[in-house]
Design a protein around this ligand. Structure first.
Ligand SMILES: Nc1ncnc2c1ncn2[C@@H]1O[C@H](COP(=O)(O)OP(=O)(O)OP(=O)(O)O)[C@@H](O)[C@H]1O
Ligand SMILES: [Mg+2]
Length: 364
């Protein structure tokens, strides 16, 4: 069980365009509003960075995230989390030499036990169009809820790298080494598939219900694994690898293994990546994320904090309202941004929601 921390305060110094204002969050819905390029996403990024020490954006080493207007090249993060009677203050300092972190005033190497689920419009698009993105999505999220998966995946990946080096460099007796390696890889692959199947089985009932509840009763959304090894035993996997060994030697790398597996969302029985409209694809992706949050809640008896970065594009007014009603009905903490005037009005009408207006990096 994890403490169900919710973020209550954030202050950053020299992080991108944000001023050092203290931002206060409510434990429920927080609407972050402002025109394009004013700092809404930067607020979500700062929170995410504190928890994971990396950004959800690409190319985000220190030179990118330090404010271009800073007087001293040092970023300071300060954040406060609350859960029942517990409080956690967590801060960090970053400069060109590295970073140091403090929990309740004491130096620490541990990241805070505060998890986020981040949703942005590109991810919905990438999920539906790029198989490698889907694999990474599943690997990352399954690793969060199953530490064994993370361990086995790392073992599998290092074996795969070694196998590919052997196949491309072909040192003396490399076939003998590959056969030993393949025994290990078939064990890891078998375990990975078992854990993936369990994950998909656990997500399935949530995803279909959530799609119906939020977006449309008339549609059926199902998730499936697309893998050649689905009902294979370890021995079957090993035999399959041997049957491909000549081909692998010829091309100099591993032609098929579980790192090439995929996940398919079936929308009324049709492959949603090929069949669905952009709006339906976005709704399917959102349903998957909400299903993941439900599963997370079931496992940890706590919920991650949801960061929703302007997903209003492609959703019609009815779906947007339904999405907001769903968020209102849930107990998790949500930070949602939009620059869209039409959707902004709707967010402003949410009773009891905290509204954070961002203008040129300042908070009002
Ligand atoms: N290192 C940096 N130093 C100063 N400003 C930066 C830095 N990196 C990015 N910015 C600025 O931050 C602003 C972008 O902020 P952000 O992405 O949070 O905007 P936003 O409010 O989410 O906008 P949109 O509605 O378009 O998504 C831009 O004006 C950009 O120039
Ligand atoms: Mg933004």
């Amino acid at each position: 069980m994890k403490p169900n921390f919710k973020v209550s305060k954030l202050q950053v110094t020299n992080f991108r365009n944000l001023e050092s204002d203290i931002i206060t969050f409510s434990p429920k819905i927080n609407c972050i509003l402002g025109e394009n390029g004013n700092g809404k996403t930067n607020i979500l990024e700062a929170l995410y960075y504190i928890s994971y020490r990396k950004s959800f954006r690409k190319n985000t080493s220190f030179p990118q995230i330090i404010s271009i207007d800073c007087e001293e090249p040092q970023i300071i993060f300060s954040s406060l989390y609350e859960y029942e009677n517990e409080q956690l203050s967590y801060s960090g300092k970053l400069d060109f030499n590295g970073s140091s972190w403090f929990a309740n005033g004491k130096a620490t190497k541990k990241k805070p036990e505060v998890d986020y689920v981040f949703i942005n419009p590109f991810d919905a698009f990438s999920f539906n169009n790029i198989a490698s993105f889907r694999r990474k999505w599943f690997d990352d999220h399954l690793s969060i809820i199953d530490k064994k998966y993370k361990k086995v995946l790392n073992q599998y990946n290092s074996s795969l790298r070694f196998r590919n080096t052997l196949l491309s460099k072909k040192p003396h007796d490399f076939i003998g080494q590959i056969k030993v390696l393949d025994k290990q890889m078939s064990t890891y692959s078998f375990q990975l598939i078992e854990m993936r199947k369990k994950f998909v089985d656990q997500l399935s009932p949530y995803i279909s219900q959530i799609y119906k509840d939020i977006f449309s009763q008339a549609n059926e959304l199902v998730i499936n694994i697309d893998s050649r090894f689905l009902n294979f035993s370890e021995e079957n996997i090993y035999d399959y690898m041997q049957s491909r060994l000549d081909k692998d030697c010829a091309i100099g790398h591993t032609s098929y293994q579980v790192h090439k597996d995929d996940y398919v969302l079936l929308f009324n029985g049709m492959n949603s990546y090929e069949f669905c409209s952009l709006g339906q694809q976005k709704m399917s992706y959102l349903s998957l994320l909400f299903a993941y949050i439900e599963l997370f809640r079931y496992i940890y008896i706590s919920t991650p904090i949801l960061l929703i970065d302007d997903v209003s594009g492609e959703l019609d007014k009815v779906r947007w309202s339904k999405l907001i009603s769903y968020l209102e009905s849930q107990t998790f903490q949500v930070l949602i941004t939009t620059a869209n005037e039409k959707f902004k009005e709707e967010l402003e009408q949410i009773e009891g929601a905290n509204k954070i207006y961002v203008s040129d990096g300042s908070i009002h």
